[in-house]
Ligand binder design. Structure first.
Ligand SMILES: Nc1nc2c(ncn2[C@@H]2O[C@H](COP(=O)(O)OP(=O)(O)OP(=O)(O)O)[C@@H](O)[C@H]2O)c(=O)[nH]1
Length: 226
């Protein structure tokens, strides 16, 4: 999970899909033991730059104004850290009163990884970071450390540690590399998680295999006694 400030110096889902470059589950590693696809959800307050970030990442361009009233899923194939990955990036809409809770919840259920954005020129967007992280933690059952936050609510490094998120400072307008770095960092974390899950699955299947071998040996020796 990532969160970041922007604007200066950071399914089955019924959404429109825009395929801006090429084609894309965590579980689909094939035999190559690598993460081939990932679903990323971009979250954040109103006008904090979510669409700008998605468009910048995919097309490399910053166009300034974005006609964006509905959530949109972008698909692209990217080579990040020298490995190709098919990404589905869901750009959520957060107009004024915010999206209906069920829309946000289903977006979070759908996603593998999350970019929570805020704008350094909009304090309220920064304040919404913690509620978004709480929502992700409750839906994905990931650990948060909210009870430890005391007076440091407005300090970014504290919020980053408190949220257990990596923090990136991004300028979508002026620094494309910072956008790529933020997404790459998220994909690195997803790859790490994927490999952890793979190891757990392999361990489980080895245990099951050993149990099966032992059971068949025991059955055979009983048969011989009879
Ligand atoms: N100066 C500057 N402006 C930015 C940056 N990123 C986005 N903006 C501007 O901020 C405004 C909002 O950007 P959007 O990408 O539409 O924000 P959003 O979060 O998708 O907006 P909604 O989903 O409609 O709430 C636009 O006018 C962008 O041009 C940035 O890095 N620097």
């Amino acid at each position: 999970m990532e969160f970041g400030g922007a604007k200066t110096a950071a399914s089955p889902r019924p959404t429109k899909t825009r395929n801006l470059s090429a084609a894309p589950d965590m579980t689909d590693a094939g035999q190559t033991r690598r993460l081939k696809r990932a679903k990323v959800v971009v979250l954040g307050g109103d006008n904090c730059g979510k669409t700008a970030l998605c468009v910048r990442f995919i097309t490399k361009r910053f166009i300034g104004e974005y006609d964006h009233k509905k959530e949109m899923t972008y698909r692209c194939r990217k080579v990040l850290d020298k490995e190709a990955i098919d990404l589905e990036i869901l750009d959520t809409v957060n107009k004024d009163s915010g999206p209906p809770a069920n829309t946000l919840e289903s977006a979070i259920k759908w996603g593998d990884g999350f970019l929570i954005m805020y704008s350094v020129t909009d304090r309220s967007s920064f304040q919404s970071v913690s509620s978004l992280k709480r929502l992700i933690d409750s839906i994905k059952q990931t650990p948060g450390e909210f009870e430890e936050l005391k007076d440091a609510t407005h300090m970014v490094p504290s919020l980053s540690g408190w949220c257990r998120c990596h923090f990136c400072e991004v300028s979508v307008a002026e620094d494309r590399a910072s956008v790529d770095a933020a997404v790459t960092r998220l994909v690195q974390q997803l790859r790490l998680e994927f490999h952890k899950q793979l190891l757990v699955l392999e361990k489980r299947s080895r245990v099951l295999h050993m149990k099966e071998v032992l059971r068949s040996k025991l059955t055979r020796s009983k048969t011989m006694q009879w």
